[in-house]
Ligand binder design. Structure first.
Ligand SMILES: NC(=O)c1ccc[n+]([C@@H]2O[C@H](COP(=O)([O-])OP(=O)(O)OC[C@H]3O[C@@H](n4cnc5c(N)ncnc54)[C@H](O)[C@@H]3O)[C@@H](O)[C@H]2O)c1
Length: 387
C-alpha cells in the first residue's frame, strides 16, 4: 500500500429523516443562500421542504445553475453573496449545483480574479464559506469531496479545482429526493459512480487489499441494483444503496493509498466542453477505449476485475480481459448509454478538435494517468479507438 494522507470533514446525515435534522447543524445566526438548478426542486416540492426546515433563518435564493455549471452564471451568485453578506450556503441539486456552490463558496472569499481559482486548480484558496450539500442525483460524490468542475462557456473550457476548504460541512442524503429523477439521469448516475471506482481501481497492484475490496464491493452493488433502481424509482432500498455507493465512490476513501488514473475523466471533460455531452456519457465512450488501448499497462488489475467483478475464470488471460471489457460496454448499453463517438454524430474532425482542446487545457507535452503515459499520441489512439 502507498503512503497517504486522508482528510474528510463532511458530516453525513442519511435517510428519510435527514432533511428534518439538518437545522441542528446550521449556525443559528446564519444568513443563508440556497442555490439550486433549472427548477426540478421547485416543481417537485424539495425547495419548499428546505424552506420549511430553515424557517426562522434569514434565507435568500439563487436558482438557474445549469448542468455543467458556468463561471458566468455563478459570478451572479458571488455578487449576491457579497451584497447580502451571506454566511452559509445550501446547495440542493445534482453535482452541477453542488460544484457550482463550491466555486461560489471559494470565490466569495477570494481576493483577485475568481477565474484564477480554476487556472490554479484551487491551490490559492485560503478559505471559503461553509456549505451544506443536499444531493438530488446520486452520481458525482461532490457532496462529500473537495472537488468542483466549472465551465467557462465563452472559452469552451471545463476546468477542475480542488481544495480542502470547499468540502461541504454537511451532506444531507435523503434517497427519496431522487425518486423524481428521469431514467436518463439515474443511468448517468450509475455509470458515473461505476467509472469513479474504476479510475481508482484499474491501475496497477500496490498490495492494497482493503482498497481493492472496497472498490469491488461498490462495483458489485452498482451492478446489483442498477436494473431495480431504474425499473422501480421509488424502491427506497435500491435508491439508498445507489446513493451511498455514489458518495463512497468519490469521497477519497477508496483512492487513499492506491494509484489513480482519471485520464478518461479529463478527456471526457473536453467532450462535454466542446459538444455538450452529459458527463457520464463521455465516460461511457472514453473509458472502454482507454482500457482497451492500455490493456497491457493495466493487465494485472484488468485480470482481477475480470475475475472478481465478472466471474470470468476460463480462457487465456487476454480473452478474460477482453470479455470483461465487452461486459463493461454491454452494461453501459443496457443502461441506455452509447460507447462510441459516432453514435453521437462525431467523426475524425472531432478527434482533432478534442486533441487541440486537451493541449489547450494541459499544455503541449501533457502526460496523464497513473503512470503519466497518456501523452497526446496516446490520447489520439484512445479517441480513434472510441470512434
Ligand atoms: N465534484 C466532483 O467530484 C464531480 C465528480 C464527477 C462529476 N462532476 C461534475 O458534475 C456535473 C454533473 O452532475 P450530475 O451528473 O449530478 O448532473 P447535473 O447536476 O448536471 O444534473 C443533471 C440534470 O438532472 C436534473 N435533476 C437533478 N436532480 C433531479 C431530481 N431529483 N429530479 C429531477 N431532475 C433532477 C437537473 O435539473 C439537471 O437537468 C458535471 O459538471 C461533472 O463534470 C463533479
Amino acid at each position: 500500500m502507498m503512503d497517504f494522507s486522508f482528510f474528510n470533514p463532511t458530516r453525513v446525515l442519511f435517510g428519510r429523516t435527514a432533511l428534518s435534522q439538518m437545522a441542528t447543524f446550521v449556525p443559528k445566526d446564519a444568513r443563508i443562500l440556497v442555490l439550486y438548478g433549472s427548477g426540478s426542486v421547485v416543481r417537485n416540492g424539495t425547495l419548499k421542504r428546505i424552506q420549511t426546515v430553515l424557517d426562522g433563518y434569514d434565507v435568500h435564493e439563487f436558482g438557474g445553475i445549469e448542468p455543467n455549471p458556468s463561471f458566468e452564471k455563478l459570478m451572479g451568485a458571488v455578487k449576491l453573496v457579497r451584497k447580502k453578506n451571506i454566511s452559509f450556503l445550501v446547495a440542493v441539486g445534482g453535482g452541477s449545483v453542488i460544484d457550482g456552490a463550491k466555486f461560489v463558496a471559494a470565490a466569495a472569499h477570494y481576493d483577485g480574479d475568481p477565474w484564477e481559482i480554476l487556472q490554479t486548480r484551487g491551490n490559492r484558496i485560503q478559505s471559503a464559506l461553509p456549505l451544506a450539500a443536499i444531493p438530488t442525483l446520486p452520481a458525482t460524490g461532490s457532496e462529500m469531496n473537495g472537488t468542483s468542475v466549472i465551465t467557462r462557456t465563452e472559452l469552451s473550457a471545463k476546468r477542475v479545482f480542488k481544495s480542502e476548504h470547499v468540502f461541504p460541512v454537511l451532506a444531507v442524503l435523503d434517497p427519496t429526493l431522487t425518486f423524481t429523477l428521469p431514467p436518463r439521469q439515474v443511468a448517468n448516475g450509475i455509470v458515473d459512480a461505476f467509472v469513479h471506482v474504476l479510475e481508482q481501481y484499474l491501475t496497477y497492484p500496490v498490495d492494497g487489499p482493503v482498497q481493492d475490496r472496497f472498490a469491488e464491493g461498490l462495483l458489485r452493488v452498482l451492478l446489483d441494483i442498477a436494473d431495480v433502481t431504474l425499473a422501480e424509482p421509488e424502491n427506497y432500498e435500491a435508491r439508498a444503496s445507489l446513493m451511498w455507493a455514489a458518495t463512497l465512490a468519490l469521497n477519497g476513501l477508496i483512492g487513499a493509498g492506491v494509484p489513480q488514473d482519471w485520464s478518461s475523466h479529463l478527456i471526457g471533460h473536453e467532450l462535454t466542453a466542446l459538444y455538450g455531452l452529459d458527463h457520464a456519457r463521455t465516460l461511457a465512450v472514453i473509458l472502454p477505449a482507454m482500457l482497451s488501448v492500455r490493456k497491457s499497462e493495466k493487465h494485472a488489475k484488468l485480470l482481477q476485475y475480470a475475475e472478481r467483478i465478472w466471474n470470468i475464470h476460463t480462457g487465456s488471460e487476454n480473452e478474460r480481459i477482453d470479455t470483461a471489457l465487452d461486459n463493461t460496454r454491454a452494461f453501459f448499453h443496457r443502461l441506455g448509454l452509447e460507447t462510441s463517438l459516432s453514435n453521437y454524430g462525431l467523426d475524425e474532425s472531432a478527434v482533432e478538435a478534442l486533441l487541440a482542446s486537451l493541449r489547450e487545457t494541459h499544455g503541449n507535452d501533457y502526460a496523464l494517468g497513473e503512470n503519466r503515459t497518456v501523452s497526446p499520441e496516446l490520447a489520439r489512439a484512445v479517441l480513434e479507438a472510441s470512434l
